[in-house]
Design a protein around this ligand. Sequence first.
Ligand code: SAM
Length: 286
Amino acid sequence: MDLCNLSVIKTLMSDAGITFRKEYGQNFLTNRIIPEDIADNCTENPESLIIEIGPGIGCLTAELASRYRKVVAIEIDRGLIPILDKTLAEFDNVTVINEDVMKIDLCRLVEEYSDGMPVSVCANLPYYITTPILMYLLESGVKFSSITVMVQNEVAARLAAKPGSSDYGAITAILGYYGTVKKLFKVSAGCFVPAPKVDSAVVRIDLYKEPLYTPKDEKLFRNTIKAAFEMRRKTLQNALSAKLGYSKELISAAILDIGESENVRGERLSTEDFVKLSDYLSEHKN
Ligand code: SAM
């Protein structure tokens, strides 16, 4: 069964008595090369456990199941479960869980299913909740090898941006704390049903096995990044003194200490710069 064929998708859904649910960000792939390419590129290790978020009717799930040892797919929409039972029936290495991914204890899930396997995430994410899901995965405490996600093209540009570019933002700087990000390929809006308004892109995040940076005060490190980008038009010095409550003199000294000029803006700073900046503030705050 070609799960990217438009009439197959429509027949499966009408037989199950359901329609596309916009509130769940349901845009299903209709070009079978795309799930094949995503599955090919999400990890190099066939012995992996893959966690998929939002299998839909299972087009990517089937590609993952035929390449990797085990797939656990988490789908919020109860109406899709009978369809997945049918479309994934030939695979004995897939478990479908009917749940909101944001309510799942990922550490427990991985403990239950990984059996020592390396764990990766692979998903065509619902766009209404892309960043919260990414942060939920990164902050879950699970040591994922990689996270490969399809997101809106402009979000992909932000995730993979370099310091100094207009796309660089808080999410980019935070991602740099967890791993390296690579944009793999673009997918046009015409490859989905219903077609979204914008194009998409696939991004792969390779997580550091051991932390590359160890900020002295992790909360302050995160707050420094948040503050730097909340007031984008202000200089870093003004943004940080307004939001973090430290004196301008201390912040100015911290900025000079990392080798930047007083009037620098937040988007010029790499993740490492933010670690050094927050370390300086943490050491000199009293
Ligand atoms: N994987 C399919 C594909 O590529 O054609 C469907 C992708 S569609 C963009 C997103 C999927 O995520 C939908 O099946 C939707 O029901 C599901 N979804 C939305 N919010 C979710 C959540 N919070 N937890 C789990 N699944 C969710």
